[in-house]
Design a protein around this ligand. Structure first.
Ligand SMILES: [Zn+2]
Length: 165
């Protein structure tokens, strides 16, 4: 049985796209849909291409590297399983792939939890817009995994910015 933080993960049978996404993550490669028509990657996984509405995709592994575009600190647990994890950071990561495509302000951005090397929520004072990250995975069981991010050793892309403390 797949579970995360002790809670069963149920992927409905009528959502094969999400199941495929989590199965690819189970191999510890961040893998996204690439449209067979326009060739663009998309996130989150979906039925139709968000760029051209095509229904045909291939699954394409990506580097899993990117830059924190924005973030928030969650202070109220949304589920009892998160009670011991607050406060924790959620990051919006602009991946290195497909930047400024199809438009300068439009990029491939993935949302996930930011964790430390042990998989615990990263400390708030270490989270910053502009920081470089790499993908990590939380194994869920049944061959599934949940993509997460952790800070990488790469220098920041630009001057870091944090919410005023
Ligand atoms: Zn397309």
């Amino acid at each position: 049985m797949a579970e995360y933080l002790g809670v069963r993960v149920h992927v409905p049978e009528n959502d094969p796209t999400m199941l495929a996404y989590l199965q690819h993550a189970g191999t510890h490669r961040l893998t996204l849909q690439r449209c067979r028509d326009c060739g663009l990657l998309q996130y989150p996984p979906g039925t139709a291409c968000e760029h051209c509405t095509c229904l045909d995709f291939d699954w394409a592994p990506v580097s899993g590297k990117g830059t924190i575009y924005s973030y928030e600190i969650v202070t109220h647990p949304i589920h009892p399983a998160y009670r011991d994890r607050v406060p924790y950071p959620i990051v919006l990561v602009e991946l290195d792939e497909q930047r400024a495509v199809p438009a300068p302000d439009y990029a491939l951005r993935v949302i996930a939890t930011l964790v430390d090397a042990e998989g615990r929520p990263e400390h708030e004072e270490r989270v910053a817009i502009g920081a470089r990250v790499e993908v990590a995975f939380a194994d869920l069981g049944d061959g599934l995994a949940l993509p997460l991010f952790r800070l990488s050793d790469e220098p920041p892309e630009h001057a870091l910015w944090r919410y005023p403390g």
